[in-house]
Write a protein of this length. Structure first.
Length: 525
């Protein structure tokens, strides 16, 4: 609906009993008060009662509630508060999850939040006259489908959709916005659960090597299905659990010569296997060279892996099954540096200066101001001159930065440079001899300070290289979006895109990145 069918969907191993997916709560008697409050009181009450039930019955799962409108959000908060007063025994739940606390938010400010379970209150819908007025708030605007996309991807395990009408009740015409059409499709899925899901495809094994492994396992009595999955990714061979229908105990990946020589091999190793293990799969990988050199030994290892997976508890944390190691021997693989594990950005720390005393900044001795400049640089370098100036003016209690203030700070910076303590390159101040520059996450900074122009070129380059190394081969939009996310920016504006595009070109020219077929990868060696 939102990604032109290019979204990769990973199949689940079916091992997590809490992963209930999307369910639909039809409330035909709830009325949307279009003329007065613009809320749906019965729906809000139903959501609040569901919140209380969740707090008492599944307190180990985090929870969030999202409403389509601010008015409905406020009403749900009131109803939840009433339920909490009636049932003090549930109060412990609301302080239990400190890192992911319970929330009630509206559609436009839920971005960035994820919870185990999410309740969605549509609120809008059938009014007192029995008609569905097409008043769906932000969905009626251009780009409203992006709001819906964000909303319906906040739940990790389960989502409950509360609505007083069904998808078939919502009539569409050619003038309706994409957001409204997408809502109808989403409601239909929530109600019917009819959409492509991870399933047995009926496809044959993908290679003679896979066929050989498949037949060998079936000869030993194992129920094995080839090519299990759905859009974008398929497990080579999936071994079924004979005691729990619908569950797979092991994913077997059969990798041949083409895999060895492909740079995307590490992509599959780290990214896809990591995602699938998070969905409950246990993996065992067989190299074609091993299989053809020592078929009995590899088959023994595979059977041991299957049996080990069968003995593992269903609710055990997913992990790769590691059977007894075979006799070691050398297999040549494409170069894969051991020290290029993906990194995560550290939180951006702002320098905290004590209040400056004495003369005003414009009249202060340059050495005193220089000490404050150094204190900021030690924490934030490389730091943009404007950010550094802001820290100094805040220490002096100055709200507005005029020419004299800017000159005073610039004189202090120059004083530090003359003493070989700082270095200035362009608009950025560095510690003299600064050996290490790290990528920093600016997600928690105030909007006025979240400007890509305030990020040094070196930090931009590091973010691009880190994401390219993690993704192994990415298109320009993918790489730019990934780098921005690492830096704590939620979206790629035109200006930000142009800035990072220039940095990409510089990295290609310097030989640090390789561009091939409009995709980028880190240069080897």
């Amino acid at each position: 609906e939102f990604y032109d069918n290019r979204l990769v969907i990973f199949p689940t191993a079916g091992a997590n009993p809490e992963a209930r997916g999307v369910t639909f709560e039809h409330l035909p008697h709830a009325i949307y008060d279009r003329g007065q409050t613009r809320t749906n009181r019965e729906e809000a009450r139903a959501v609040a009662q569901a919140v209380l039930a969740h707090a008492l019955e599944t307190p180990h799962l985090t929870l969030g509630v999202a409403a389509f409108s601010v008015a409905q959000r406020d009403l749900i908060e009131v109803e939840v508060e009433l339920q909490r007063r009636k049932h003090p025994e549930a109060e412990a739940y609301f302080t239990r999850h400190r890192h992911e606390p319970f929330f009630v938010k509206n559609l436009e400010n839920i971005q960035g939040d994820e919870r185990d379970v999410v309740f969605i209150s549509v609120g809008y819908g059938r009014n007192e006259a029995g008609k569905i007025a097409k008043q769906f708030g932000p969905l009626l605007k251009d780009g409203g489908e992006r709001r819906l996309n964000v909303l319906i991807t906040r739940a990790k395990l389960a989502m409950r959709v509360f609505c007083n009408f069904k998808a078939d009740d919502l009539e569409l015409d050619a003038k309706d916005k994409h957001g409204v059409r997408a809502l109808k499709s989403f409601l239909r899925y929530a109600e019917t659960r009819k959409l492509e899901v991870a399933r047995e495809t009926g496809k044959a094994a993908d290679s003679p090597f896979e066929t050989e492994v498949l037949l060998a396992l079936r000869e030993r009595g194992y129920d094995v299905e080839p090519q299990v999955g759905t859009a974008g990714y398929f497990i080579d061979l999936a071994v079924k659990d004979p005691e729990r229908p619908g569950r797979y105990v092991l994913a077997v990946e059969c990798d041949g010569a083409a895999y060895h020589s492909s740079r995307s091999a590490r992509d599959r190793d780290r990214l896809r296997q990591g995602v699938l293990e998070g969905l409950g799969w246990r993996f065992h990988r067989i190299w074609s060279t091993d299989w053809f050199r020592n078929r009995p030994g590899e088959l023994t290892r595979l059977v041991e892996a299957i049996e080990a997976a069968r003995q593992a508890p269903v609710d055990a944390p997913p992990q790769a099954v590691v059977p007894a190691a075979p006799t070691p021997h050398v297999i040549e693989r494409a170069d894969a540096p051991e020290d290029d594990e993906p990194t995560s950005a550290q939180r951006y720390e702002k320098a905290k200066l004590p209040p400056a005393r004495g003369l005003p900044l414009q009249e202060a001795w340059v050495g005193d101001v220089a000490q404050l400049v150094l204190a900021v640089a030690r924490v934030e370098a490389p730091v943009h001159v404007s950010d550094l100036t802001k820290r100094i003016t805040e220490a002096y209690g100055i709200g507005r930065t005029g020419p004299r203030v800017q000159a005073a700070v610039q004189n202090a910076i120059s004083h530090c440079c003359s003493q070989a303590k700082l270095v200035v390159r362009g608009d950025f101040v560095y510690m003299a001899g600064q050996a290490e520059i790290k990528v920093r996450d600016r997600a928690d900074l105030p909007p006025s300070e979240k400007n890509l122009d305030l990020v040094s070129p070196e930090e931009l380059d590091l973010a691009l290289l880190d994401r390219a190394r993690l993704g192994f081969t990415l298109s320009e939009p993918e790489l730019i979006a990934a780098a921005l996310s690492l830096l704590g920016f939620s979206r790629a504006t035109q200006k930000a895109t142009e800035t990072l595009r220039a940095r990409l070109e510089a990295l290609v020219q310097s030989g640090k990145l390789v561009r091939s077929n409009e995709r980028y990868s880190v240069a080897s060696g």
